[in-house]
Design a protein around this ligand. Structure first.
Ligand SMILES: Cc1ncc(COP(=O)(O)O)c(C=O)c1O
Length: 479
């Protein structure tokens, strides 16, 4: 078995010029990582749907801001005023990025990530437990769980390829008990499928129903839907991994009622028995905000806008079929989700390999080839269950195991995902590696594997690559 990552395309598949190189190289692109044969190789990052490495422009802007960093809003010092200006400029950039007029009726609430934004929104809509929210079985848990706490959910179900139609959504919107909200993902983090978001917004609006879009996966790849009432996204998926995210919505939604977080910075006046909340956005941002995270997100937005959506889209539209079709044609590999001929998906592919646990596939890709992918259910359990076509009996069986504390039988898949920093060579390296995996067993540990294990242990990697390899080669652990 050959074990090295190949950086040339497999024969007969020439790279088109536009994707031979990353569109923008990301920080750490040349970083070498340890492999189990004792070698160190350039990391092939195909886990971009989880988190992206930073754009160099982002790292630079953060470094430039650091000497000027101080707490925002109430400080009179020069640094504090500089930080406040940078923070508020980031807010305006976020609104512009979302197709909003920064001086218009919408407000951007800067928060930690899309999960926080959606929890924030679910709390702030002041729903009654009897209210109905329409959502779909394709959602990330971040757009499922917050709604279950505050209202009843009516689901639009997916077909076996992980899609639903506009008519399916219409039916759910028109069913008895009028919904208070449609909340839907802008792009699936599992299959890369792009629901027809503009049409969905349109049909909901025709019925007077507001729409929230979970734009965590959409934001790095496509323009945000300007007509959505609410939007949530994360900086770390947008090449700005500094702990920031945004919730956007009409200012009036946040003008009344209790803010999501109570505390300093959100108030005009406090007495022992009284609080007068500030106007939004301050009202919604109690506590010291993440100024550097906001600056990072602003820099990423500037960089993406500088590149332009056409170039971003063209790069990823060339990578997506190469990745998805390439995987689908490997014997023993099953691609989940829409047909690979479906051109309108992100460069994201979830797949299974016959006879091999998803965890071992992902671990071997990393340990043997230096290729980073993700495995499991990708925080979308209901969706993955549907994509895998699991029966109720199978779901009940693994549920019983989970309840008894045994997570080993939880089903799942492997996910590869590309972005601005990815090239055709990265995709081809994955295709070659996956094609090589099934017939051969795991690569025998190289003579110098102690470095590999020491490296993994010293970075606190108790689970994942090192753990899977410990299972395969218990003797390697030394413990
Ligand atoms: C579609 C989607 N929604 C929401 C989230 C949650 O994002 P975060 O973990 O940044 O809060 C993710 C993250 O993977 C996602 O892919």
């Amino acid at each position: 078995m050959t074990s090295g990552p190949l950086h040339h395309p497999p024969s007969g598949r020439a790279a088109t010029p536009s994707i031979q190189h990353p569109l923008l190289p990301l920080v750490g692109a040349d970083q070498l990582i340890p492999c189990v044969d004792g070698s160190r190789r350039r990391a092939v990052e195909l886990d971009q749907a989880a988190s992206t490495q930073a754009l160099p422009q982002v790292a630079l802007r953060v470094a430039e801001m650091l000497p000027w960093y101080s707490s925002v809003h109430r400080g009179a010092g020069f640094r504090s005023r500089t930080s406040t200006a940078a923070y508020e400029a980031a807010r305006r950039a976020v609104l512009g990025f979302a197709g909003r007029d920064p001086d218009g009726p919408d407000v951007a609430i800067l928060c930690r990530n899309a999960t926080e934004a959606l929890n924030h929104l679910a709390y702030r809509l002041q729903l009654e437990p009897s209210d109905v929210i329409v959502t779909t079985t394709a959602e990330h848990h971040a757009n499922l769980l917050p709604w279950g706490r505050v209202a009843r959910r009516r689901y639009v179900d997916c077909d076996p390829h992980g899609r639903f139609s506009v008519a399916d959504v219409e039916n759910a919107l028109d069913a008895r008990e009028r919904p208070a909200l449609l909340t839907v993902t802008g792009a699936s983090n599992v299959t890369g499928w792009l629901p027809p978001i503009d049409e969905l917004i349109d049909i909901a609006h025709q019925r007077g129903i507001p729409v929230a879009v979970d734009a965590a996966q959409l934001a790095p790849h496509r323009p945000l839907p300007a007509e959505a009432d609410f939007l949530a996204f994360s900086g770390h998926k947008l090449y700005a991994p500094f702990g920031s995210g945004a919730l956007i919505g009409p200012r009036r939604t946040f003008e009344t009622g209790d803010p999501f977080l109570a505390g300093g910075g959100a108030v005009d006046l406090v007495d022992l028995d009284e609080v007068i909340w500030s106007a939004p956005p301050d009202r919604e941002e109690a506590g010291t905000p993440n100024v550097l995270g906001a600056v990072a997100m602003h820099a990423a937005i500037d960089a993406l806008e500088g590149l332009g959506w056409d170039r971003i889209r063209a790069h990823e539209a060339a990578l997506a079929p190469r990745l998805r079709r390439g995987l689908a044609t490997i014997p023993g590999v099953t691609l989940l989700g829409p047909d690979p001929a479906d051109s309108d998906t992100l460069a994201v592919a979830a797949f299974t390999v016959d006879g091999m646990h998803h965890g071992l596939v992902a671990s071997r890709l990393s340990a043997e080839y230096g290729i980073a992918v993700r495995h499991g259910c990708f925080c979308a359990h209901p969706y993955v269950v549907r994509l895998l076509g699991l029966s109720d009996v199978a779901v009940a069986a693994y549920r019983a195991h989970v309840l008894s504390g045994d997570l080993r039988l939880v089903p799942g898949a492997v996910r590869a995902s590309a972005g601005l920093g990815s090239s055709a060579g990265d995709v081809d390296a994955l295709l070659v590696a996956v094609a090589e995996l099934p017939p051969a067993g795991p690569l025998s540990p190289g003579p110098d594997n102690r470095g590999f294990l020491a490296d993994h242990r010293s970075r606190g990697m108790g689970w994942g690559v090192a753990r899977a390899w410990h299972l395969v080669f218990p003797g390697m652990t030394g413990r």
